[in-house]
Design a protein around this ligand. Structure first.
Ligand code: ZN
Length: 315
């Protein structure tokens, strides 16, 4: 009987893999390095070998596995096609098809999705959005990712870029360029690097006394820690983040109107100060209805990816 599934979260430096039972409990999780050389040709071979090895250690046959779900850091089309995945060196691949062939089990379901979308699915299944039918997750990490889940399904769009919330333009007057080439993306203010860039700019422009001047290098955590202590410049950087993220969530609300927003990623460890600031602006920008989505913190941390990936094949 099929009673397990495997979730794989492929990142630029490591691949996280989890073995789940059908109830969503993680039975084992482990990591392997991501070998990006030669256009990333070894990555899926390593994943397949690692899955085989761990299953055999546990005396579980591939025939007992419902499927293997996978999250990858790039746009994924509905048919599983990945045009380009810069962080992995991939170009024009069908990762699910390839992994299925490598595992060589005809009966196995293998699925792939964008990592941020997959993490959103994980948070809805077992995390901050558990119990909700529609949710949007925003991951504030080195960059800003997003994922939309409607009626339990990920919405990745017609070109695989649905939910790329981090690259919504929030400031038309910005002259600094985002990694995507555009100027004024949410990511430039709400990612870990974005918060630091905003705070550093404030420190250069103003001569206000601030403890932020004593940090070298300055991190996003320093900015939030000092804001919590009442440092005016740190509070201003957090307010700018809250304003642009609140504005973005208002755009998303007026487009897909989810029941709840889940905020995850390293920056979300700042906790209530982040949620409170975002909420303040979000409610200000959404005036068309009195009923608004809740904004909650993510709960699964680094496990959201493997959890959502496992969920992908469990439907
Ligand atoms: Zn951008």
């Amino acid at each position: 009987m099929k009673q397990y599934c495997v979730g794989v979260d492929i990142g630029g430096t490591s691949v996280k893999i989890g073995l789940f039972n059908v109830g969503g409990v993680i039975l084992e999780k482990w990591e392997i390095p991501t070998r990006k050389e030669n256009g990333g040709v070894e990555i899926l071979k390593d994943v397949a070998a690692s899955i085989r090895e761990h299953l055999s250690e546990k005396n579980i046959a591939l025939t007992e596995i419902i499927g293997v779900g996978m999250g990858v850091p790039g746009p994924v089309m509905d048919d599983g096609f990945v045009e380009v995945c810069v962080n992995l060196g991939w170009k024009h691949v069908y990762p699910a098809r390839e992994l299925k062939a490598l595992l060589g089990e005809e009966d196995l379901t293998v699925s792939v999705g964008n990592d941020a979308n997959v993490a959103a699915l994980g948070e809805q299944w077992m995390g901050g959005a558990k119990g909700y039918d529609s949710s949007v997750m925003v991951t504030l990490g080195t960059g800003v990712g997003g994922g939309i889940v409607e009626h339990g399904k990920m919405i990745s769009g017609s070109h695989g870029i649905g939910g790329e919330i981090g690259h919504i333009t929030v400031n038309m007057n910005e002259s600094r360029r985002c990694n995507c080439g555009n100027c004024g993306c949410l990511e430039q203010y709400a990612s870990a690097t974005g918060v630091v860039a905003v705070a550093s700019k404030l420190l250069t422009e103003k001569d206000t006394a601030s403890f932020l001047r004593t940090f070298e290098p300055l991190t996003a955590k320093d900015v939030f820690d000092e804001a919590k202590k009442g440092d005016c410049l740190a509070l201003e950087a957090v307010d700018i983040l809250g304003k642009y993220l609140g504005l973005t969530l208002s755009f998303v609300t007026l487009t897909v109107d989810p029941e709840v927003f889940v905020i995850g990623g390293g920056v979300s460890k700042a906790g209530p100060i982040l949620i409170d600031t975002v909420e303040k602006y979000y409610h200000k920008f959404v005036t068309i209805s009195e009923k608004h989505a809740g904004i909650v913190l993510a709960e699964l941390g680094n496990d959201a990816g493997i959890c959502g990936a496992a969920r992908l094949v469990m439907e």
